[in-house]
Design a protein around this ligand. Sequence first.
Ligand code: IPE
Ligand code: MG
Length: 226
Amino acid sequence: MDGNGRWAKERHLPRSFGHQRGRRALRRLIESARRAHIPVLTLFAFSSENWIRPQAEIDALMRLFAHALERDIEAIHANGIRVQFIGERDRLPPKITALMRDAEAKTAQNQALRLLIAVSYGGQWDILQAAIGLARTAQNGLVDLNDASQVRVCFEQGLATSDCPPVDLFIRTGGEQRMSNFLLWQSAYAELYFTPCLWPAFSEQHFVTALTWFAERNRRFGGVET
Ligand code: IPE
Ligand code: MG
């Protein structure tokens, strides 16, 4: 979800205003995804690298995040959406992690859409966590390192997205064509969709355009067309 700062700058407004409008775009997208019967939607809200931003911007983002968790969660729950968070929780303020836990507990039984929110998340961090998990399991003699499929299952169990399917469609707004350490392992065969649209302006129509583009892809997963 990139482009909040530029969206605000174009309007001579502070970056934090762009983030607020980004929250609106987020609410809109969650609804569109639910209506489109998307099973899993993962949003990149704050990356491991975003911690190098000025403290004032980080504070504004955390405040906005707390607000969203307090106020938007009712509507999310009422719409049958299950929320989960992925990322390094230790680095987040305790108030935020408490709200995250509440949101996860409240919506745990919901079935309409699984919403994963990546906060303080990095794809390399995720892979390293999974590697540590695999090493520990091997140390305990519970995985045979000569059995490639066992190794893979054990490794993937250690990923933050362990019980989710791999990424099918990867959307990046804001014009940059890079993955910026998002779901690296999970996006091995994702279709990559880049749009110049700045995140606060991303509408249901933009989302439908991306889905239509995705539907036209010929996915071979390394095989040949049949
Ligand atoms: C994305 O918008 C929001 C977060 C990373 C939290 P940016 O803040 O990166 O906006 P630009 O890229 O400066 O326009
Ligand atoms: Mg950016």
